[in-house]
Design a protein around this ligand. Structure first.
Ligand SMILES: Nc1nc2c(ncn2[C@@H]2O[C@H](COP(=O)(O)OP(=O)(O)OP(=O)(O)O)[C@@H](O)[C@H]2O)c(=O)[nH]1
Ligand SMILES: [Mg+2]
Ligand SMILES: [Zn+2]
Length: 354
């Protein structure tokens, strides 16, 4: 099978490629890792190290620079490749850039499933899970919850129930990278061949450990602490895309302390809070934000105990964060137009030099 298909190439990208009629010099590939300005790209002929063309590097909205998972057009140049443009994304997992209120940071592109990993130790935090789920769904990605380190607890059922109370339609898996329990179920249930999965979660929850076991070798450095000295930490610092043994594609990410929201939608009506929306239809005002409004049925449900306080608090926290996040009006017409122009320029250049 064509290597590109093994890395997720499908009609969505193929149609773009055909319609852009790029000529044989512009080849497609997928970014599987990036280190500084060096990109590793899977091409029809294997892996190729690439750099960005100047035009892309200096002339592009940072959100549209290639990230892991992006499909790109590149030009061969001796033993290197030059990335000249990216394909329109199916979606992108993004978050608010840390320390910055208005900028969105793209973590990875073209993702089918995002697996939120937490450890069943002090890391477990139901509100944090909910924040991840909201941001993931807002990016148009299907979420999955994975609770690792099941070896550290007697009974996982209380955790399952707590997640069920969030009222979200999202599969939950329990596993232990230490004992190996639950990993087969995770692989056969959550990891789909040819689909792209991203692992997200705080540092130390076991993302790389799980991926190591799923991909069948030690491709990743895991964070093994030597207890006495705290030395020998190998925390993941680059993002990488791997093929697991069942043909699914898996992206590891470094742990994120915060996963700030970067949402466009009006949260109250976004469909992201089904438990809130259940009550919202009885609010006095149609545009009620359920914060301080009179006649708010959501606040009433919260006060009466009908609405889980954790769900309401999680909603409040997100509204507050979102109010800080103002999205710049972006000039998105760059894509397509500029690329068409470049194709014509290269073709003209080749004609002239025949
Ligand atoms: N008890 C227990 N420890 C685990 C389990 N999975 C991972 N660990 C340990 O947790 C530590 C962190 O594991 P990693 O796989 O490096 O965690 P990570 O999520 O990739 O961390 P970052 O790359 O920093 O984001 C290591 O010491 C692992 O041995 C588990 O199921 N049970
Ligand atoms: Mg890691
Ligand atoms: Zn209300």
């Amino acid at each position: 099978m064509n290597l590109l298909y093994q890395f997720g190439w499908n009609d969505f990208y193929n149609n773009q490629y055909i319609n852009s009629n790029p000529g044989s010099d512009f080849k497609p590939g997928r970014v599987i890792s990036l280190q500084g300005l060096k990109y590793h790209v899977v091409t029809r002929n294997g892996e190729l190290e690439c750099e960005l063309s100047g035009k892309l590097l200096y002339g592009t909205d940072p959100e549209l620079l290639p990230r892991v998972g992006d499909w790109v057009y590149y030009l061969d140049y001796e033993s290197m490749g030059y990335i000249v443009d990216i394909f329109t994304r199916q979606n992108a997992l993004s978050r608010r850039a840390s320390g910055n209120k208005t900028e969105r940071q793209v973590i990875a592109a073209n993702i089918d499933y995002a697996l939120v990993i937490q450890g069943l130790d002090r890391d477990f935090n139901i509100m944090r899970i909910d924040r991840y789920l909201v941001q993931i769904m807002a990016c148009g990605i299907a979420p999955v919850v994975v609770l690792n380190k099941a070896d550290l607890v007697e009974d996982v059922e209380p955790y399952r129930m707590e997640i069920a109370r969030l009222g979200r339609d999202c599969p939950v898996y329990f596993c232990s990278a230490y004992s190996g329990s639950g990993l087969d179920e995770l692989k056969s249930g959550a990891l789909k061949p040819l689909k792209t999965h991203i692992f997200v979660g705080s540092s130390g929850v076991g993302k790389s450990s799980i991926i190591n076991l799923l991909t069948g070798d030690q491709q990743l450095k895991t964070n093994s602490l030597s207890h006495a000295t705290n030395k020998g930490r190998h925390t993941t610092t680059t993002r990488d895309l791997f093929v697991a043994s069942n043909g699914s594609l898996v992206i590891d990410t470094p742990g994120m302390r915060e996963f700030g929201m970067a949402l466009d939608d009006d949260l109250a009506e976004s469909g992201l809070f089904p438990e809130i929306e259940k009550y919202a239809k009885d609010c006095r005002y149609a545009d009620c934000r359920h914060l301080v409004e009179e006649g708010c049925a959501v606040i009433r449900a919260y006060e009466s105990g009908a609405l889980d306080p954790k769900v309401y608090t999680s909603y409040l926290k997100l509204v507050k964060e979102q109010q800080h996040f103002e999205i710049r009006v972006e000039d998105k017409k760059r894509l397509g137009k500029q690329f068409g122009k470049m194709v014509r320029e290269v073709k003209a250049f080749k004609e002239k030099n025949k």
